[in-house]
Ligand binder design. Structure first.
Ligand SMILES: [Zn+2]
Length: 251
């Protein structure tokens, strides 16, 4: 049965990510997430059921608007596919549990923010404020070690990034500071620090790769939220293994 539900959540994950893409594109510019219906930004053609189907819609259209032939960005199907994989993996890891619900919430939050950062270089307050109470409630409904870990995690994440924000002046956005406060609730105080290091590492690899491929200029700012999302999820799933390995090696 696990296999059936894993496949099920792969499909659900693609559908949710298709929705979080819309949220990430519309909320930062003050648009409603239900109206108008999804349409081509060039010719206004309203998308039908097939065109709205995650990944398959893109493939059926061969990556172009059916009416005006404007190319559709490959980042939409790429994110949808990745969403499918991540939601399926979350179910595979945690099964029917509150930990699974918590993981779905964290993953959705990150997908919305990645879309918004890629499109506008923005981390919208509205999204952070929406997820703040939900993350606290679900965190405390999931198994947890002690009552203060999520709170201290939030404070550590926020303070650490705030210190970097003050020191770097422009290297880091205020949105990243607030985001790490929220991530600290999910991760706890130790893992949020690990997540910061992993994110910075992932960010430097992405930055150097883009520079090497000449996709960006030397001083051009690169959206950091995708690196934060990768760093956070790697930490969320694997930090316990890393800490165990570290203790085995050095103690
Ligand atoms: Zn069009």
């Amino acid at each position: 049965m696990t296999i059936v539900f894993t496949v099920y959540f792969f499909i659900i994950g693609m559908l949710i990510t298709s929705f979080t893409n819309v949220v990430g594109l519309r909320i930062p510019v003050g648009e409603s997430i239900v109206r108008p219906r999804s349409h081509c930004p060039n010719c206004g053609h309203v998308l039908g059921a097939l065109e709205l189907t995650p990944v398959l819609g893109y493939l059926a259209l061969r990556g172009k608007c059916r009416v005006c032939q404007l190319p559709i960005s490959a980042k939409y199907p790429a994110l949808e596919l990745l969403g499918g994989v991540l939601y399926a993996y979350a179910f595979y890891q945690f099964g029917w549990s509150m930990q699974f619900v918590l993981t779905l919430i964290l993953t959705s939050l990150l997908f919305i923010l990645v879309m918004s950062d890629l499109a506008y270089m923005l981390v919208p307050n509205k999204i952070l404020l929406f997820f703040l109470p939900i993350s606290l409630i679900v965190r405390y409904l999931s198994p947890y070690e002690n009552w203060y870990n999520p709170i201290i995690g939030g404070i550590v994440g926020f303070s650490l990034l705030f210190a970097i924000f003050l020191a770097s002046r422009q290297g880091m956005g205020a949105g990243d500071v607030k985001l790490f406060g929220l991530l600290g609730i999910f991760l706890g105080p130790l893992d949020v620090v690990i997540a910061l290091f992993v994110s910075a590492f992932v960010g430097s690899i992405i930055g150097l790769t883009l520079l090497g491929l000449k996709r960006v200029e030397r001083k051009q700012p690169i959206p950091f939220v995708p690196s934060i999302a990768i760093g956070t999820l790697l930490t969320y799933y694997f930090a316990d293994d890393w800490v165990t390995l570290y203790l085995d090696l050095f103690l």
